[in-house]
Design a protein around this ligand. Structure first.
Ligand code: GLN
Length: 186
């Protein structure tokens, strides 16, 4: 079994490094033929969600990935990846996969706070170092089944809905692998 990491743009290599540290097999996905039968879960990395959306369509990856998520495979979206998963993007941006019932607000911390760190509990994970980079936040959850895993400065930054995890921050940019381990345990 292997983890697919969408590798069209953004911080995909760093997710690979985390999985390598954990001894987990992974594949970078750039074309539909990269999606092999041994893949059982998916990571959508941070980066620029509008660029990623465009490339996913251009490379023919949008349909097979949406099918994979809708079939119930575990998926983790970090930062731009969270935006791609969200059912609603505040401000009128087009929904991409729309499988995670939350409304997300892009660049939610403004220009002054483009990049910052915080430490907090993420579900059962205590004192997790969270790194935010031009991060979105979750302004509302659209289903009672969405579990809120973290709130920082009154803003929801981490959720789980069934097999999907959505994070405003970047667990791949810290040495702490507990979020990846949580994802791998689904
Ligand atoms: N600001 C980016 C966007 O809106 C997300 C930033 C990130 O992934 N670090 O797509």
């Amino acid at each position: 079994m292997a983890v697919a990491i969408i590798a069209v743009q953004g911080a995909f290599r760093e997710h690979g490094d985390c999985l390598e540290k954990l001894g987990v097999d992974y594949r970078f996905i750039r074309t539909p033929s990269d999606i092999t039968d041994d893949i059982d879960r998916l990571i959508l990395p941070g980066g620029e969600s509008t660029t990623q959306r465009k490339l996913l369509h251009e490379l023919g990856l949008f349909e097979p990935i949406k099918e994979f998520i809708c079939a119930g495979a575990p998926v983790m979206g970090t930062c731009a990846g969270l935006i791609l998963l969200s059912e609603r993007i505040s401000g009128g941006d087009e929904t991409v996969f729309g499988t995670l019932p939350v409304s997300v607000y892009r660049n939610g911390y403004g220009r002054q706070l483009g990049s910052f760190s915080a430490v907090g509990n993420v579900g059962v994970i205590a004192d997790y170092p969270m790194r935010f980079i031009r991060a979105p936040f979750i302004e509302s959850v659209l289903s009672d089944d969405v579990e809120i895993l973290n709130v920082t400065d009154n803003k929801i930054t981490a959720v789980r809905f069934r097999n999907q995890i959505g994070l405003s921050f970047h667990p791949e940019l810290t040495d702490d692998t507990r979020i990846h381990e949580l994802f791998l345990s689904i």
